[in-house]
Unconditional design. Sequence first.
Lengths: 316, 395
Amino acid sequence: MSEPVIVLDHLSKSFGNVHAVQNLSLTIAPGTIFGFLGANGAGKTTTIRMLCGLTHPTGGNATIAGTDVWKDRQHVRTKFGYVPQRFSLYRDLTVLENFRFFGGAYGVPGAELERRIKRLLRLSDLEEKVNAAAGSLSGGMRQLLAIGCALVHDPPLLFFDEPTAGLDPVHRQQIWNLLYDLSNEEKTIFVTTHYMDEVERCTEVGFIESGRLLAKASPRALKSSFRARLLEIDVEPLMPALVQLRDRPELLGVSLRSGSLRLYAQEPEKLMARWRENWPFPDLHLLGERWVEPDMEDVFTAYSQGYDGVLKKSTA
Amino acid sequence: MKWPSLGAIASVAYKEFLHIYRDRRVLLLLIVLPPLFTLMFGHAFENTELTDVPALLIDRDQTPRTAHFVEIISKDKTFHWRMPAPDFRGESDLIGNGVKATLVIPVGWTDSLNKGDPKPLPLYLDDSDTNTASAVEGAVQKNLGTFQSKERDLLVESLPEEVIELGKKLPIDIRKQFVSLMTAWSAESKNLYNPKSRFIDYVVPGVIGLILQLLTVTLMACTIARERESGTLYQLLVTSLQRGEIVIGKMLPYLVVSICLVVVIMALCWWHFEVAFYQPHALALICLLFLLCSLGLGLLISTFSRTQTQAIQFSVFFLLPVFVLSGAFAPLEQLPKAIQYISELFPLTHFCRAFRLVNMYHAGFSFYVVDLVVLLAGALITFIGAAFLLKRIEQ
């Protein structure tokens, strides 16, 4: 196996008494599309900012391609591209001028730069927009341009903070196709997202909650680490059922999926057996029940709500 | 720490130049405002003499002698006289009459002169601006003096022969003293600096400095604040650009623009106000250091402002005392000592002083070297401070 691109070793960051990131350790292999997941405020952005050398770790350390992200931050910045959540290119500059500026800023020599820009324009499908002002592009094109500019110095790693937030499905698909192309070129992609279907597209996923890494595995492994089946019931009327079930102490959580209610409980088989005998909701009609495979959203909810422990398969 | 790379600086400078070029409204402001301000300020301060002060002159005595005095004083350009009828009352209502002063020749003034007991002329003055009143009073005194010496000449001419004969009997040295006392004594003045007493020549560095200070500080103050506001700052900071490269690259296009503006303003002063410029090398050096210092200040403001609005507010708070206390339009020596120490903190103060030393005094390098050192130190401190603050963002 080749050298890992990113190594985090007990990386921590505290702001006074607030521990934003605590003892984060993980390694990411080249070519991985790593999905970094966590609720808002879980410590994702702080971790990325530390990896980009924008804020110094208060404990532990991290390396990108063998370079320390804080001690050698001037140098480490040539090893990655960064696409922030908010569109952060120069709106009054054209597509080409943005490319040229970032190329120049990274010190890419002129002839090489022109060759790369040509290739990136083709890759990001922006050839026809070369002379359009960046601010006049649509949301999807802006994101493609941002990726292009982040790749102009040909880094082995790309940080990508919520790449498709606010984009329509067609453009999301286009962005992901571009990411697959990059992964195919052995580039490592570190991506944060809130879209569960996008998590499934990653080759590896890490869950962070309250600054701690809770899990790191492939999406398949994560899902199968959970209880094999979750209980889903059909009830009428739907909304009163959802509200009433949400308040039941024996349930950890309820989520609405395509008209059915998915229940998270410690021992769903026993619960359902009890309910079949004695249905506790006189104004609700139980129409049916079934067992379903957990999806990524179930995993995410479980981790971020803190009941992953009860839902995980016992290793025994 | 490696040396800044020229290529990286050029990339930042070119990008910053495009920002200026694309922002058409600011560009228009840059092209139109400096010449316009130069013309406005230049004409405003072209002449400082007080003329055409509206005033009332009431001659209640109406004799040939008062008519003579009225004739003399009405030729004085200081005043724009209105002469109401002798029975006009309400001489002390200055604003009611729409004047700054009222001079009254009371009934019996001629008589009092003849009796050897001259009555004073009542003079009502508006001293609200602490300036006009003393000037008007001086002008009235001067005209009275002229009138008095003319009256004396008339008297001497009409003296009877016996008196002259009597005078000849006086000892010669007494007579000579008497004669010299009869003529006004004077000083022979020679203006060594600014011999033509043109205020515009004095004020030119103030005009240049004020316009440049205003534009450089406010425009520069917005550059980093704008990147912070639009989110591009982090994108800029994660590139491998060094902080020094960002600071220098951002400053360069503004330096070029301000140098062009200095040239435009000076050309306009030379062509329109006929201001002569001496020792171009020295003036160029003074201007360059002043611009660097001002741009550095703007940059420093920019690095600790969160938004462009804040940057503009900080700039205004800084610029306001500069405009009033820098000695751009009035000599610093008029200010109290303690305030003068504050003035020494402003780059504009040193710019104006050095500029005047070169252009009006034709002074040698040793006279203004201190001001140059202060400007240079200001430029270094602000640039290093800006780079340092930019570094602090990554904490």
